[in-house]
Design a protein around this ligand. Structure first.
Ligand SMILES: *[C@@H]1O[C@H](CO)[C@@H](O)[C@H](O)[C@H]1NC(C)=O
Ligand SMILES: *[C@@H]1O[C@H](CO)[C@@H](O)[C@H](O)[C@H]1NC(C)=O
Ligand SMILES: *[C@@H]1O[C@H](CO)[C@@H](O)[C@H](O)[C@H]1NC(C)=O
Length: 297
């Protein structure tokens, strides 16, 4: 069986827009060692006239599909094949140097993160990449040993998931009023295993006794933090940290009395300075134009 597959693969190369590569006997021998080829298993029923007519092999996965995977997650590159028959499915990494990843259910990549996932009587030959990294991004070829071999190409994009807290990075809350923060994990392709809030260096998800109420929806990758009665001790850095995502941080000021007024005063004086400057600019522009008109006449 293996010898047959090798000889089929050896004689044929494929026509693609990419430089042609076929799983060759040399590629396999590098991994297998020639001695491990089982010569006794080459016999195959040839004159089986009772077989129904074989349907042509077709791919169920769309060619040139783009797959997004979050950095650190498990990437799954599907390859659905109808009427595979006794064909073999190989996954190849298309880089400057071609890299044979899997043949059938065997992994040939030295990197153990790559594995073909296939269940009996199932048409899917998904390539699984564990702990996917940005360097794994690129072109992957799912090749079937038809004559000539046929392939589809999948593009893997590795995205960096990150948490985001709504609103500005600095928040001002009056003592006794409600502090409310909402955190959402963006570009996440995998449900996080946890989502924690930190106040400075302390994890506060379960600090109900300290006046903090956290409710989290992991499936929707979001969490709310409520402090119904914000006190001085609630000021500081709040960090939203999900597994597999960049954390987000905001700074909360708890203002007592005159501070907000001071802030409004400074805002108001900034605005009046701006208006004065604007008025001066308009006046000088008008004067310039009057001056030039006087000169003309
Ligand atoms: C998939 O696309 C590539 C590149 O355009 C092409 O060479 C190949 O034949 C296509 N495969 C199928 C099964 O159509
Ligand atoms: C926490 O907030 C949720 C949602 O607003 C609310 O239903 C719940 O009663 C709150 N729990 C406490 C202890 O405040
Ligand atoms: C909040 O975080 C910033 C940036 O990391 C840091 O400079 C600052 O000291 C922190 N403040 C507190 C109160 O921890």
């Amino acid at each position: 069986m293996k010898i047959l597959v090798f000889s089929l693969l050896l004689n044929i190369s494929i026509q693609t827009n990419f430089p042609s590569v076929t799983v060759t006997a040399e590629m396999l021998q590098q991994r297998l060692g020639v001695n491990s080829i089982d010569k006794s298993s080459t016999s195959k029923p040839i004159s089986d006239i009772d077989l129904p007519p074989t349907l042509p092999m077709i791919f169920g996965t769309e060619n040139s599909s783009v797959i997004f995977a979050q950095s650190g997650s498990i990437a799954l590159l599907p390859c659905i094949i109808h009427n595979l028959g006794d064909g073999t499915v190989s996954w190849i990494r298309r880089k400057a140097v071609q890299q044979l990843l899997t043949v059938g259910l065997s992994t040939y990549a030295s990197d153990g993160r790559f594995q073909a996932i296939h269940f009996h009587h199932n048409e899917d030959w998904t390539l699984q990449i564990k702990y996917v990294q940005s360097r794994d991004a690129g072109i992957y070829e799912c090749q079937v040993s038809t004559h000539p071999p046929t392939s589809i190409f999948l593009f893997l994009e590795v995205v960096e998931a990150s948490a985001e807290i709504d609103g500005p990075a600095e928040k001002f809350v009056r003592p006794g009023s409600t502090l409310q923060l909402h955190c959402q994990v963006k570009k996440s392709t995998e449900v996080p295993s946890y989502l924690f809030w930190f106040h400075n260096f302390r994890m506060i998800n379960y600090d109900v006794d300290l006046g903090v109420n956290v409710s989290t929806d992991l499936t929707n990758r979001e969490s709310w933090l409520y402090v119904p009665r914000a006190l001085d001790r609630h000021s500081g850095n709040y960090t939203c940290k999900a597994s597999n995502a960049q954390p987000a941080r905001v700074y909360v000021h708890i203002f007592n009395g005159d501070n907000p007024a001071a802030m409004q005063h400074s805002l108001a004086s900034t605005r009046s300075t701006f208006l004065a400057t604007l008025a001066w600019l308009i006046i000088s522009a008008v004067q310039t134009s009057i001056d030039s008109q006087l000169r003309i006449f």
